[in-house]
Structures are given as C-alpha cells and as structure tokens.
Design a protein around this ligand. Structure first.
Ligand SMILES: Cc1cc2nc3c(=O)[nH]c(=O)nc-3n(C[C@H](O)[C@H](O)[C@H](O)COP(=O)(O)O)c2cc1C
Length: 202
C-alpha cells in the first residue's frame, strides 16, 4: 500500500497543530445515512490517520446504530470545526469497518493484515475508561434498573468482538476559512485516483 499525502491533508494537519491546545479539537461530527434514508449525526473522537494513507481513524461499538448504518450504506461525512483558527473541514467518503474479520469485498488480503494491526493498536491506545465502555450493556437499549458492568479488566489485551475501527476514505473535502473578508473556500475531489482542487466562492 502507501498512498501519497493528499493536498487537503497538509492543510488539515496544519489546522490540527494550530488548534492543539484546544481540547475539543479532537472531537468530530460523523454523519451517516440510516436505512430509512435519514441523516444521523454524532460526535466521535478523531484517532489519527492510518499510517501511509489519508484515511481518518475512529473507533466504535458494533452494537451501535452507526455500525448498522455503515453496514448497509458505507457513505459518511465528517464535519470538523476548529475554533481557534475558525475553519471548517467537511470530509466525505466511504467507511471501511475493521472488526475481528473484515468482510469487505473491496479490501485485499494485504490491507486486511494492516487494518487488523491498526485495530489492535487503536484498542491499546484507548484509556481504561474508553475500553470499559465496550463491556457495558448494549448501547441504545432500555436501561435496566441493575447496571451490568460486564467483566472488563484492565489486563484485557485483545479487543473484544464488538470493538470496531472505522476508516473513512475521503473522496471529497470542503475547506472553509472564516478568517478574512471575504472568506476563503476550497474544494478537493478525488478523480481517478488523483486529487484535484479549486478555490470556490464561500
Ligand atoms: C465528546 C464525545 C466523544 C465521543 N466519542 C465517541 C467515539 O469515539 N466513538 C463512539 O462510538 N461514540 C462516541 N461518542 C458517543 C456518540 O456521540 C454517540 O452518542 C454514540 O456512539 C451512539 O451513536 P449511534 O447510536 O448513532 O451509533 C462520543 C460522544 C461525545 C459527546
């Protein structure tokens, strides 16, 4: 594998760096489409780029609604606003779900190995509190009076079966800079494997 760094990626990484001290800069909004065709949007943590690619990493629970949405329709858009530098990135693409087994006909054997390693690494990088949530009762189900804490232990080395790494493969990026009058806006799109970009009206 090994993908050239996309032009928008350099701009995004600069924004990440310049907003580093703003704790909420790592939270992004991930929108999916439900089976009924509704948009569904929620906050998740950005877990860095997958090595040698432009893919955005996120983690989630297989028992969550977003997993169901993505299984049926893998399209998604991330919206990311950086408050210090006042710029927004909208990153649209398709999501590869990496679980214990990767069931995706578009993913080759070599990639499956790399993705599984990345899933393991993502698990190891989670805090104890983050890990523990994967042992809680099913998200979104009616809460029982007696809370079942599951059998989580900090020594658990391997991710549980419900732990998923999500890889967003960007196809289109919209970068809006509010700073300046007029504002600046750039659209990047992937055409036959090559990133094209143009400046557009804000
Ligand atoms: C600050 C913040 C960070 C969050 N990070 C994650 C995350 O990394 N992964 C995740 O699955 N849910 C995360 N959540 C919870 C989701 O926003 C959402 O409530 C949950 O995943 C269920 O969404 P779903 O039913 O649409 O799948 C986070 C919520 C907040 C407020």
């Amino acid at each position: 594998m090994g993908e050239a760094i996309a032009p928008w990626r350099l701009v995004l990484e600069k924004a990440i760096k310049r907003n580093k001290e703003v704790t909420h800069s790592k939270y992004i909004q991930l929108a999916t489409v439900t089976a009924q065709g509704y948009p569904a949007n929620r906050t998740v943590v950005f877990r860095g780029f997958l090595e040698n690619t432009n893919y955005l990493q996120m983690v989630t629970d297989k028992r969550s609604q977003k997993y169901e949405d993505l299984k049926i329709n893998p399209v998604a858009e991330v919206c990311w606003y950086f408050t210090k530098t006042r710029e927004q990135f909208r990153i649209r693409g398709t999501v590869i779900i990496v679980e214990e087994w990767v069931n995706d006909s578009n993913v080759g054997q070599e990639e499956i190995g790399l993705y599984s390693e990345a899933r393991q690494k993502a698990w190891e990088n989670l805090s104890d509190n983050g890990k523990e949530q994967f042992f809680w009762p099913t998200p979104g189900k009616q809460r029982e009076k007696k809370w079942d804490w599951g059998d989580w232990k900090s020594e658990i080395i391997n991710p549980p079966a419900n732990f998923c790494l999500l890889l967003l493969q960007p196809l289109w990026v919209d970068h809006l800079q509010l700073r300046g009058n007029p504002q600046n806006r750039y659209i990047y799109s992937l055409k036959e494997g090559v990133w094209e970009w143009q400046e557009v009206n804000p």
